[in-house]
Design a protein around this ligand. Structure first.
Ligand SMILES: [Zn+2]
Length: 158
């Protein structure tokens, strides 16, 4: 079937940490919050979201997880070797957040659907995507987009 997702092996920039995504991501966002800036060392974090069950073959021996205060319940993993983002988890590990640059075939991923914490940006974005400001709005829009992503997947399976 042509709509089937071809698995991709992602990794941190030095390939010490690897994992395989086996299903179409349920969302993709560009987050401009200051923690994402610190975590990535970039102006923003382009992050692709999957369910825990979509990700297999996790080899994270060189990933060190850390929690920042906000946004809550996100555990962010940095590679202990290259010191670049490896993988993130949220909602008790049930959601997997992968920095999109860690995935080899970006063309097969969904397009980013919006900007989060845009009020914290250090770089203006020249696109037509919705731009959410602050925690409450960013959180609400994220939940809505992820629900839509999951719904799309369920209806596709019918
Ligand atoms: Zn690394």
């Amino acid at each position: 079937m042509s709509s089937e997702f071809i698995p991709q092996e992602g990794s941190c920039s030095c390939s010490s940490n690897t994992y395989t995504i086996n299903n179409k991501p349920i969302g993709r966002f560009i987050c401009h919050c200051t923690i994402c800036q610190e975590f990535t060392g970039q102006a923003y974090n382009d992050v692709t979201i999957l369910l825990k069950s979509d990700v297999s073959k996790l080899n994270l021996i060189r990933t060190k997880f850390r929690r920042w205060k906000l946004p809550p319940n996100i555990s962010r993993g940095l590679c202990t070797r290259c010191n670049k983002p490896s993988i993130e988890t949220a909602v008790g590990g049930n959601l997997i957040l992968i920095p999109t640059t860690n995935l080899p075939n970006v063309a097969a991923l969904p397009e980013p659907s919006m900007h989060l914490f845009y009020n914290r940006r250090v770089q203006d974005m020249d696109d037509d995507l919705p731009k959410c400001n602050g925690f409450v709005q960013s959180q609400a829009m994220t939940v809505k987009a992820l629900a839509q992503g999951m719904y799309k997947r369920i209806t596709r399976a019918c």
